[in-house]
Structures are given as structure tokens and as C-alpha cells.
Write a new protein. Sequence first.
Length: 462
Amino acid sequence: MTQKKTWSDRFEGSLHPAIVEFNASITFDIQLIEYDLTGSIAHAKMLAKTGIISESEAQQLVNGLETIRQEYRDGNFTPDIDQEDVHFAVERRLTELVGDVGKKLHTARSRNDQVGTDIRLYLRDQIQQIRQQIREFQQVLLTHAQENVETLIPGYTHLQRAQPISLAHHLLAYFQMAQRDWERLGEIYHRTNTSPLGCGALAGTTFPIDRHYSAELLGFGEVYGNSLDGVSDRDFAIEFLNAASLIMVHLSRLSEEMILWASQEFGFISLTDSCATGSSIMPQKKNPDVPELVRGKAGRVFGHLQGLLVLMKGLPLAYNKDLQEDKEAIFDGVKTVTGCLEAMTVLLGEGITFRKERLNEAVSEDFANATDVADYLAARGVPFREAYNLVGKVVKTSLAAGKLLKDLTLEEWVALHPKFEADIYEAIAPKQVVAARNSYGGTGFEQIYQAIERAKKQLELN
Ligand code: ARG
């Protein structure tokens, strides 16, 4: 296969077909095309504003670039692997469309600052979309929380029943994780939204360009102040994948709980048919595939984060072709986190129902109120550690007798400690146990109502 070479006349031969394929990024960086066109339009306008090209030349470039955009949207721009990457593909098509003036577009620019511009424009858009998705996810959590302030669920430590809590409290914990994810992405947005355009290949350019003008046209908030840094920085992508990884950690933890809760052993939720799948062999089964996939996909995103860290750590300044490898990590990270947020929002919104009778049984039939017995005595002057040891004994003898704490008679209580009175029964009833934890941020119902108000305010932030 012979092909037209892309580079200067320094090259006499053409590339080996295997190397053409190996070198090319067009198969995946075509995703950047709209951003590449937008970036080039801003660059062309800047070239005209600074007198580097004429206004009419800039207009021809802009028209040609917009034509390519339309061709692409119509499915009529499908460059092949010989074009190497999206930047070359656009420049070549532009020259076909507008003639020799197309060859002026790359004045005072390099593919290095160009690709850096493209991925930042792409990623800042994605960041905003993901933040919007997080809002929708938070909204479903909040809705469930509002409906379940007084629904009780066992709270666990070590996956052992510890103390009963409000189901809303449990769900609002995920709301707050998501809130931090949303905030974190907002911070990363600002660093991503910085223009490397005009850094050139590495050292700037001899032309009298106006970097601030092109940055402004593109809506960038800042401009890189060091050209070497501008063309070789990928911190923003690593930060993004770190934030994406944390989102996946949070979604994966929630998924794990859904999977447990949907099991026969827990039975706290049932899955509706729209979000559960069957088995090809066991007709009785209904599987929680959605949360299992989310849990599984977390690994991909962590992998991309690790991949980019390793990609960067040994790179001398400035651009190195290794950096072409950043794209698939970023693209797949975006796709995975977007898909998982959407699926989890649907699952929470319409895929689960809480089985309140099961939850009620679960909080009534164990010793999760033992701390409250100790607190009861401690509030009546018994040192907490002494009370704690006494209750340990009570639990032991009750277990042996096949009884729960609520089944002990008042005589039995008083025999255990003279400070027990008839109000012990109320103190250890699950509702009261939860209501009593009224410290700031605790599960007490009054606290939950306040937490819901705070959550609503957080959702209004921009
Ligand atoms: N396709 C390249 C990339 O993704 C574009 C930049 C190429 N720059 C270069 N000096 N070879 O990184």
C-alpha cells in the first residue's frame, strides 16, 4: 500500500502499513472532532484579529470548518486510518474544501497545543454533564429519604447488627458522598478549563498571537502561563479519573448493599421486573445485575486512573507520543461513570421497593437495643463501663433463655439492677432507640428532618 505522506518533504518514503495502523489515533480521537473544529475556528479568528491572516481568509477557514461539522453530523465525514488523527483529517478535508488557504490554519499552532485544547474542551463538557447526573441521582436518594424518615433498618458495623437507624439516615449518607463528588468535579472543572492553545509545539511561537483572545472565544477561564507545562500537563485528566474513581467507590458500596438487601437472607428490598434479570437455568431467580455490573465496572475506572499515573510518571518535558494514550482512558472513564450513574438512578427511582414488614421484623428481633440499656443506667448515674458489663451479662442470659430484652419482666430487670424502672420498655423500643440519638448528624428523627432541609439547600447550589 502506498499512501500520501502527511509530513514534510524531509520524508521520502511512506510508512509501513503496520506502523500506519500502530501510530494512528483516528479510530478513537474522532470523538473529539466537534471540539477540534470549535478550537480551530477560535484559532482562525485569533489569527485574523492579530493580522496574521486576513479577515477574508479567516472567514473561508471558518466556513470550511463549519462545512466539515455538517458533513460529520450527516455521517458524511468518515476519515480512514491513513489520516492518522482527527487533526490531520480535518486539516486535509479543509484544504480540499477551501483550497490553499486551508493550509494557513496551522500557522502559529502545533498538534500538541491543539490536542491539549480539544481534550480540555471535551472533558469540561463531560464534567458538567456528570455533575448534572449526580444531581439526579441525589434527587432520587432524597425522595426515598423523605418517604422513609420513620422506616427503621438495622445499622451495621462489621456487618453485624449494631443499632437500629432511620432508613432515611442510611440513604442520606450516600447523598452526602454524592454531594462531595459533585463539589470535587466543580473544583476540577476550573483547572480543566485552562487554555493551552498557542503554547505551540513546546516553546510558544514567533507570531504575534493573542492567546487570551482565543481562550476567551472558547470560554476558557485561564491560560497556561508556561508553554512547556501547557502542552504536557495531564493533571486535570488524572484529577478527573480520581474523582470518577471516587464516584465509582460510592456507587459500588451502594451496589453492594443493594445486592445484600435483595438477597433472601436480608430481604430488605425487592427488585421490580424493569430492573432485574432472570437466570437461563434457574426459573425461580431474579438477579440484581444492575448493581453487580456497577460494582464490577468500578475496576475499569480505577484501572484508567492507575494507567494515566503510570503513563505520566517518567515523561520528560514536553510532549511525548505516549500522551496519545491518555484519550481512551479518559473516554472510557467518562462512558463508564456516566452509564453507571444513569443505571443506578433508574434502579433507585423505579427498580426497588423497600419491604417494610421485613425491615420492621429485623429491627424488633435482636439485641440492637443493648447500648440503650447501658445508656439508660449510665444516665441514672451508673458508670458506663459498669453498665456495659452488666448488659453483656443480661444479653448472655437472655440468649440462653431464648428471650429478647423486651421479653424480660420488670422483676427480672430490677433484680439485675435496682435502677431499672417501668420506663425501661419504652427506652428500648426501636422507635425510641432511634429517636433518642438526637445528637447533631445522628439518626434521631429530628436530626433527619434537619438533614433533609440541608440536603435540599445543597441541591440548589450551582
Ligand atoms: N494524535 C496525537 C495525540 O493524541 C496528536 C498530537 C501529535 N503530536 C505530535 N507531536 N506527534 O497526542
